[in-house]
Design a protein around this ligand. Structure first.
Ligand code: SAM
Ligand code: SF4
Length: 334
């Protein structure tokens, strides 16, 4: 093993052990906070093949990544996605501790058993409402019953589920307590997420933005939230809800800074490495991947990129401002 197999440590001493890979920019939904209705998707030749994604993921595992999350777009709409998941699963127990995904749940009924067979033990499912009409309005195309069948299938298959809910002003703010009761009643943790200003969507983000500090204050009237020091290595802070016994996470990029403990980088489906969710700093990994069958160029590009990982992000939601980050969340997958 050469020098390039050294672990990835940035100039602030942060060890990079978590990689999120967006395997497609496509999605069967068009959530109002995530995408414009008439999204134009990438031409196929610019998207990494499944073999290239496997090389890329494997190279990062060789460099010390212990947790690999597939996301998108919707990862489970990528054709033959299970062949990639199956192939990446060979690293489990051999450097890789966890292979997981973030999904909208629409295809879970189909894939739940296959995911278990590949050693996927936990997944995040995004769900912003339990009302089918509202669900359709938020996702523009989604069918809540199908997602619920998917969640049931994953649960039956023994996959641990965490629900992610984006808190949206006037849209689901009255439902958050019910979502907590429902999730915890089924044994799922729930994490609330603030909207982040990424990509030009059709709506005005200031209309959607609901600060979690406010949500938390309201929830405190209904539940007893006990602080915990439970961490999953990510930005969420967790409280234990005494009445339900479940865990409630808060991801507050707008009101709380979590950059100092950041252990992650993201790659888009075109092989662009983003060193920070809230910054434009990138590195192209597709060219080195395609330049040679050997991974030498790739590792050199990774080294160069990690050395440039920014200290932190700088999100602003302002009515007169362009989004802080021009790309859509569906490019990097959250
Ligand atoms: N399609 C999958 C899903 O919905 O779970 C994976 C990709 S999606 C981009 C990942 C997560 O990002 C979802 O939980 C979604 O709700 C969240 N998300 C999308 N756009 C967002 C935004 N502008 N601000 C905050 N969260 C966002
Ligand atoms: Fe698709 Fe996920 Fe974005 Fe919704 S949040 S449009 S499901 S990628």
């Amino acid at each position: 093993m050469g020098e390039s197999m050294a672990p990835m440590i940035d100039r602030f001493g942060r060890h990079i052990t978590y990689l999120r890979v967006s395997v497609t920019d496509r999605c069967d939904f068009r959530c109002v906070y995530c995408m414009a209705e008439d999204m134009i998707f990438l031409p196929r030749q610019s998207v990494l093949s499944l073999e290239e994604l496997d090389r890329l993921g494997s190279a990062f595992v060789a460099r010390g990544v212990r947790k690999l999350r597939l996301t998108g777009g919707e990862p489970l709409v990528r054709r033959n996605i299970m062949s990639l998941i199956g192939s990446l699963s060979r690293h489990l127990g051999k450097g890789l501790d966890e292979l997981t995904l973030t999904t909208n749940g629409s295809q879970l009924a189909r894939y739940a058993d296959a995911l278990t067979d590949c050693g996927v033990a936990r997944i995040n499912v995004s769900l912003d409402t339990l009302d089918p009409v509202k669900f359709r309005a938020i996702t523009r195309f989604g069918d809540l019953a199908q997602v619920r069948r998917g969640i049931d299938a994953a649960d039956r298959a023994g996959i641990k589920i965490k629900i992610n809910t984006v808190a949206l002003r006037d849209i689901n703010e009255d439902e958050i307590a019910d979502l907590i009761r429902w999730s915890h009643g089924r044994g799922f943790d729930l994490t609330l997420i603030e909207t982040m200003p990424m990509g030009e969507i059709d709506a005005d983000r200031t209309d959607q933005y609901l600060p979690l500090s406010l949500v938390r204050a309201r929830l405190s009237q209904l539940f007893t939230l006990d602080e915990t020091d439970y961490r999953t290595g990510g930005p969420a802070r967790y409280a234990k809800v005494r009445e339900t016994g479940g865990r409630l996470g808060f991801i507050t990029p707008m009101t709380h800074n979590f950059c100092e403990s950041c252990n992650r980088v993201r790659v888009t489906c075109t092989g662009t490495l983003y060193m920070c969710l809230g910054q434009e700093a990138t590195a192209d990994l597709r060219a080195p991947l395609r330049a040679s069958a050997s991974d030498d160029y790739l590792h050199a590009a990774i080294d160069e990129a990690i050395a440039r990982k920014p200290k932190g992000h700088d999100f602003v939601i302002d009515r007169d401002e362009k989004p802080s980050v021009a790309r859509f969340m569906s490019a990097t997958g959250g």
